[in-house]
Design a protein around this ligand. Structure first.
Ligand SMILES: Nc1ncnc2c1ncn2[C@@H]1O[C@H](COP(=O)(O)OP(=O)(O)OP(=O)(O)O)[C@@H](O)[C@H]1O
Ligand SMILES: [Mg+2]
Length: 498
């Protein structure tokens, strides 16, 4: 999900953190004769914008003025943060130097020494800067009315948790892809002697259409389809974004040879090593999520596969038709939307879990309309099904159906995904928003992610649980809502799914 859309949640966090820090420097500011009333005003001003952030966050998707407003607010907050940082540093310096002086000076002199040391703070300059920030914020606050921003509470749909999804796809979780699966399996099992030695099949479709899912399904099942294993070696590489030839060859080598390649630091040496390793073997390689490919890079990479046995196959998944035509030796396999009835089954599975077939008829009517709005895109259907899981109130379902986010035109984010984000409880929204700093498909150890969240004060303390335990719960919740998924190949790793 694009970083700009999650900015609102980030701002809420920044405002809270900033208010806390303003309070923490208040004593020091007073001691230095800076007008503390100005800082009080600043804090109040911040509170009055915080109230409308929920509304702004929703409206920014369809209103570029609101987006600009958020941007201005963001800049003003940065200025205030810089100033508070400077004052804080000065307070620390004073404290440290004061402590040193205290050890060598009689105690009663301590305050005087401290004041003397802190005199480096230019009172006029600080007051002027606070006034400037206040003026900017006042202008921003005044704009609230013009933009029609009002105080709206947190989203009505309550939090839920359920057991988390499994890592690698299960066939029973996949709907409407039988023909696609068969076509790809036929490709993998085809072994024409006079055909190409190395065949490349691109699977193409928009984000969330299920390219990775289909490739995973086939990758997993191909061994079950025939008595004798069709490939000597199988390797799955997530490419995602730019990869130079050395990195890519490294990834492939480490995956197929199951050993480290850290000692080899030149691409051509590693290519040779890979070539030797693959010699005479029949290989299945999946390159998942390829964004762009330099022709030379691709030729270099393919040269490592020259010595493989006849029938070696590469599947490339990509959103780009150009990548598909550059890389494919066969016409691309275009992944189409899934039929409406399959979408409904997928939605039902996530919305109702195992309670089917007793689906409430009223909910079904609304649910089917919501599914229609997803236009056959599996990721959208799954996200909204997850969003409405355990929500039995018809009113909430109608709210989702009639939400004006569906009319969103300007942005390239799918309304369904935006909706499922919008309805996250605020604490989860902030944690997820924080993940927008990672690139797409980035994999992170969940323990590390929890530490990051803790460092940013994003985890709300609960009485009888440690922050780590609460963080674990947040992760399970985000997995169950399809925002994260567990990585298939290493325990504890998660990746952002939107
Ligand atoms: N046919 C399907 N049935 C059920 N769920 C599906 C289906 N296809 C995809 N999904 C689910 O939709 C989500 C997105 O699918 P996937 O990651 O495969 O999309 P993608 O086309 O690879 O997207 P991207 O271009 O972003 O990599 C996943 O959570 C997946 O489980
Ligand atoms: Mg993918």
């Amino acid at each position: 999900m694009a970083a700009e859309v999650v900015a609102g949640a980030f701002l809420t966090v920044s405002l809270e953190v900033l208010s806390g820090r303003i309070r923490s420097i208040m004593d020091f500011v007073r001691r230095n004769k800076v007008d503390a009333g100005l800082l009080n005003k600043l804090e109040i001003m911040l509170l009055s914008v915080k109230g409308v952030l929920n509304d702004a966050e929703k409206k920014q998707v369809s209103d570029s003025n609101v987006r600009q407003w958020l941007q201005k607010l963001n800049d003003a907050i940065h200025d205030a943060e810089d100033l508070v940082d400077e004052i804080n540093t000065e307070a620390l310096r004073c404290e440290i130097e004061g402590r040193q002086s205290q050890s060598s000076t009689i105690g009663v002199l301590f305050n005087q020494v401290c004041n003397l040391i802190s005199s480096r703070l230019n009172v006029k300059d600080v007051e002027q800067r606070i006034n400037d920030i206040l003026n900017t914020l006042k202008y921003i606050v005044d704009q609230k009315q013009h933009l029609g921003l009002s105080e709206v509470g947190a989203q009505p749909i309550t939090s839920f948790r359920r057991s988390c999804a499994t890592a690698w796809v299960e066939e029973s979780d996949i709907y409407g892809r039988d023909a696609d699966k068969q076509a790809v399996i036929d490709f993998l099992l085809s072994d024409e002697v006079d055909g190409d030695k190395l065949s490349v099949l691109p699977i193409v479709g928009m984000g969330g259409m299920g390219k990775t899912t289909l490739a995973q399904l086939v990758y997993k099942q191909i061994d079950d389809k025939v008595v004798e294993k069709p490939f000597n070696i199988k390797a799955w590489i997530t490419v995602s974004g730019e990869s130079d030839v050395l990195t890519l060859t490294k990834k492939i080598y480490e995956e197929v040879a199951n050993s480290s390649s850290s000692t080899v630091d030149e691409a051509f040496k590693l290519q040779l090593k890979l070539k030797e390793f693959l010699n005479g073997k029949k290989v299945l390689l999946v390159l998942d999520d390829v964004w762009n490919v330099d022709h030379k890079r691709w030729c270099d990479l393919k040269s490592s596969f020259e010595s493989t046995a006849h029938g070696t196959k590469i599947i490339v998944t990509t959103r780009s038709a150009k990548v598909a035509s550059d890389l494919g030796t066969l016409p691309k396999h275009d992944l189409q939307i899934i039929p409406e009835e399959d979408c409904w089954k997928l939605f039902k599975k996530h919305a109702f879990g195992n309670v089917e077939p007793s689906v409430d008829l009223d909910l079904e009517v609304i649910g089917r309309k919501i599914v229609q709005k997803c236009n056959g895109l599996p990721l959208a259907v799954k996200s909204l099904g997850s969003l409405l899981h355990s929500v039995q109130d018809l009113k909430d379902w109608k709210n989702v159906l009639n939400n004006d986010i569906w009319n969103l035109r300007e942005d390239n984010i799918l309304p369904a995904l935006w909706l499922s984000y919008y309805y996250l409880p605020p604490y989860l929204k902030r944690c997820f928003a924080y993940c927008s700093i990672f690139p797409k498909d980035y994999k992170i150890d969940k323990k590390d992610l929890i530490l990051w969240w803790m460092a940013q004060d994003l985890i709300q303390p609960q009485k009888i649980k440690t922050l780590e335990e609460v963080g674990e719960e947040y992760i399970e919740d985000l997995v169950s809502r399809s925002f994260f998924k567990y990585c298939s190949w290493r325990e504890g790793l998660i990746e952002v799914d939107h």
